[in-house]
Design a protein around this ligand. Sequence first.
Ligand SMILES: [Zn+2]
Length: 282
Amino acid sequence: MRAAFRCIVVALAALALCAPVAAATSSSTAALQVALAARGLYTGTIDGIRGPGTDGAVRAFQARGGLLVDGIAGPQTRGRLGWRGRPSLGRRVLRAGRRGWDVAALQFLLGTHGFPSGAMDGGLGPRTEAALRRFQAWAGLAVDGVAGPATLVRLRKPPPTSPLVFALPVPAPAGDRFGPRGDRFHTGVDFPVRGGTPVAAAGRGCVSFAGPSVGGYGKLVVIQHRLGVTSWYGHLSAITVARGRCVLAGDRIGRAGATGRATGPHVHLELRLRGAAVPPRF
Ligand SMILES: [Zn+2]
């Protein structure tokens, strides 16, 4: 009797393990994409969206491994993915040095919450740990760089959004948008313009930084707005405001360029809410 009861418990546990696969969340799809990208089968953006590219990569992987080709990343398929195929997020505490499906899912969730950790690769290295600490501080959690239940609960809540609406910094349509790009997250919106195009403040506030920056932004201006929001203007060729200067939306702050990590002239506009990168609202 007791043995039978244990069997039922084991069967229920197995069902529970399968459930997240059936109802794939975006972070588990992202983890799947990371695993398939490592095999050279998925070349799209790690966006957590189950589209034709992901589906085709799963089928190609299954066909290559002699598995049933159904496009579903079930236990067998995930098992064949090696360490990148397991375990599911929430099955263990994640700390520096861990690697797996759950770490890739964690990296995706950190990115969507405004704390990208460099390349999403399924390994919990120094950059992911640093992003985890910044997220924990932002969320008011214990800052230990370890993703336990409290951190995961917080990461499963919807990402933060900007409480403020902004004006465009240049009269040009947006190019690359906020969100996943390749195996990383793009933390702002890019406006491709000619070098030297005047750049305007996107909202009312006071300049909290103006000058050359670290981290690829090149010549950078940061404006502090209300409600803990800052706006960042990267890759400028010239800066025409100084720290401490208060501006209105539309006031000139500099000129567009390609300083820092940029392939061509554009304005990278980034919004942060108490440090978390959030999608700009115009
Ligand atoms: Zn950018």
